[in-house]
Design a protein around this ligand. Structure first.
Ligand code: G4P
Ligand code: NA
Ligand code: NA
Length: 194
């Protein structure tokens, strides 16, 4: 069991509606020593990958991506969320539907920060249905850049996102994959390493 999984068992709270609360260490208060271990682990898992940029999405991905970036020695670009803008021309724009919030958003990245020479590692805190991630992948493609890999902190393995992304052929490295959880008992079951 890795340190993120251990921390989830210690401080994660299973809420009703299949929500895992990790705000005491991951996405509200942030444990930087833990982020540093996560960055180290991604660096190991993506050894040999020729990554020159990390792409994440506001808000919760940013802190994790920044600490990870110190292990890769590359800059971080974060996609911005926006209700609906008409800034085409200078921006890459992707439509993202949120199942959790039941709304459509646009994610945008300025063209000047992503181009066809970029070899991108995408980082985010959660992978559920994968809509946000698909938006980020679409933006990388629009730029003519390459997705070298995807690093996720917590994947909810009982939702479809992880399977879809792996079936598309991406190297997806989730540090904790929750295959089952129960709000009544607090049970959390992780996927065993392959
Ligand atoms: P998807 O992007 O994988 O399709 O997921 P979904 O629309 O279901 O998720 C919407 C938001 O909820 C995302 O954050 C996602 O990270 C977060 N999320 C999904 N499942 C969980 C969970 O079990 N626990 C927690 N804590 N968060 C979860 P967001 O609202 O887009 O961004 P942010 O501003 O929080 O980064
Ligand atoms: Na997120
Ligand atoms: Na989030």
């Amino acid at each position: 069991m890795n340190c993120l999984e251990e921390r989830i068992l210690k401080d994660g709270i299973v809420k009703e509606g299949n929500v895992l609360k990790v705000d005491s260490f991951l996405n509200h208060q942030m444990d930087i020593d833990l982020f540093n271990e996560m960055g180290k682990e991604w660096k190991k898992r993506f050894e040999g990958a020729n990554i020159n940029k990390i792409l994440t999405i506001e808000a919760s991905g940013i802190g994790i991506a920044c600490i990870a970036a110190q292990h890769f020695g590359v800059p971080v670009v974060f996609a911005k969320k926006s209700k609906s803008v008409n800034l085409e021309g200078e921006m890459y724009v992707a439509e993202v539907e949120s199942f959790t919030h039941k709304c459509k958003n646009q994610v945008i990245v300025a063209k000047k920060f992503l181009n066809e020479n970029d070899r991108v590692l995408i980082i985010d805190d959660f992978l559920a249905n994968g809509c946000a991630l698909q938006g980020l992948i679409q933006i990388v493609k629009s730029a003519g850049a390459t997705v070298e890999g995807i690093g996720i902190a917590v994947e909810k393995g009982f939702q479809a996102g992880g399977r879809i992304i792996r079936n598309l052929g991406f190297q997806l490295e989730s540090l904790a994959i929750v295959d089952d959880m129960d709000s009544k008992t607090g049970m959390i079951k992780f996927r065993e390493e392959q």
